[in-house]
Design a protein around this ligand. Structure first.
Ligand SMILES: [Zn+2]
Length: 389
């Protein structure tokens, strides 16, 4: 080692160490060969770093096999710290406690009308976090960070909910600061579509991919974009607002002030309006999907048309970003092929063939858990940048 530049040597070493840790953190477990491939570091460097991390108790190394050959898998030690995920949906609050080895130790969901009052929501979040930590058998001081999901865009500079948020009871609230104050823990906050994308990337239908889009269709329509393994948020935090792509400039007025946005054709409120006249009783998107699967022609038609329109948005996204996979989440994803097949048809029709050819459109595999698991993954993905492990 050169003696005249000790600073640069050690900062290079730290950077390499952080790259290895980040790769392992996001994948859950990797062989040393996979770490070398993923980080671009040499096998010898990876081997040295893994040995160092093992000696400090940060990682555990186990024998495994890879492609029929013996290999050593590296994962973070389960004792290295605890992460907490909190997901505010429109009708529920879901909380999960996990460790850095990607094991979910406790998870629960409770009904919550999130629009009523932010304070009631935070009261419930505080109680659930305390209860689940106790269930998992950990004290609060073991928690490295909390990931918080909210159903609306977050302003990157102020941490407040953005202007298109559909949460009247949350006006003026900065959710991350409020939860951090109440729990006394560092909190990372993001919108539900970004967390759904992270959840599916780390635990679900996007595992092993570097480029994907997660499209959540519920009350609103949003996309979480993963580019080179990282969520792309844009400087203002509003990247991925696919719901506001204009399909018809003479269409219905949208909550964003524009007309004929994708959301005004496929957001749950608009879909339910189409069916209210001839479907008595209270309809929900879940009920519409169920009726469609039972053969209700009106519900099938509405879902197929929604798929076609979502596909137009996906085609635009595909032309711009050329993702390898589009993962559909939210209630509408439960309709399976009834919605996926029209999406694929639209993509084939409207996207540039070379962009569409490589694309697969699939349903998420995590269902309603995608966001809360994404909240756990958010803490893991932000750790290096906050000086943690
Ligand atoms: Zn709009």
């Amino acid at each position: 080692m050169s003696t005249d530049t000790p600073g640069s040597q050690s900062s290079l070493h730290r950077a390499n160490l952080e790259r290895v840790l980040r790769a392992v953190r996001m994948a859950g477990s990797l062989t040393q060969a996979e770490i070398a491939r993923g980080t671009g570091l040499s096998a010898a460097t990876v081997s040295n770093i893994v040995r160092e991390l093992k000696e400090s108790g940060t990682v555990v190394v186990a024998d495994t096999s890879s492609g029929g050959r013996r290999a050593r898998s590296v994962s973070l030690s389960g004792d290295a710290g605890i992460v907490v995920g909190v997901d505010f949906g429109h009708t529920h609050l879901r909380v999960a406690v996990g460790n850095l080895a990607h094991r979910v130790l406790a998870e629960e969901s409770e009904p919550l009308d999130v629009d009523v009052s932010a304070q009631q929501g935070f009261d419930l979040a505080e109680r659930m976090v305390a209860r689940l930590l106790e269930q998992a058998g950990f004290q609060a001081d073991k928690v490295i960070g909390v990931g918080l999901g909210v159903p609306g865009p977050i302003d990157v500079e102020t941490g407040a909910l953005g202007s298109t948020a559909i949460l009247p009871g949350w006006t003026g609230v900065t959710p991350g600061q409020e939860l951090a104050r109440r729990l006394g823990m560092p909190v990372h906050v993001d919108n539900d579509a970004n967390l759904g994308a992270l959840g599916e990337l780390v635990w679900g239908a996007g595992r092993g991919l570097g480029d994907l889009a997660y499209i959540k269709v519920a009350s609103g329509v949003g996309a979480g974009l993963v580019i080179n393994g990282q969520i792309y948020r844009g400087p203002g935090g509003t990247a991925g607002e696919i719901g506001h792509i204009v399909l018809d400039e003479a269409g219905p007025v949208c909550r964003c002030g524009n007309r004929g946005c994708l959301e005004t054709f496929v957001g749950s409120r608009y879909l339910l309006n189409l069916l209210n006249a001839n479907h008595p009783g209270e309809l929900t998107l879940g009920k519409v999907v169920q009726l469609a699967q039972q053969g209700d022609l009106g519900c099938r038609r509405v879902i197929a048309d929604a798929g076609r329109q979502i596909g137009m948005g996906v085609a635009t996204l595909c032309n711009l970003l050329n993702p390898r996979r589009v993962i559909l989440g939210g209630d509408l994803a439960e309709a399976g092929e009834l919605v996926l097949s029209p999406i694929r048809d639209s993509v084939a029709r409207y996207a540039i063939p070379s962009a569409a050819r490589q694309l697969s459109v699939v349903p998420g595999t995590l269902g309603g858990r995608a966001e809360v698991l994404g909240a756990l993954a958010l803490v893991m993905s932000e750790m290096g940048e906050t000086g943690g492990l």
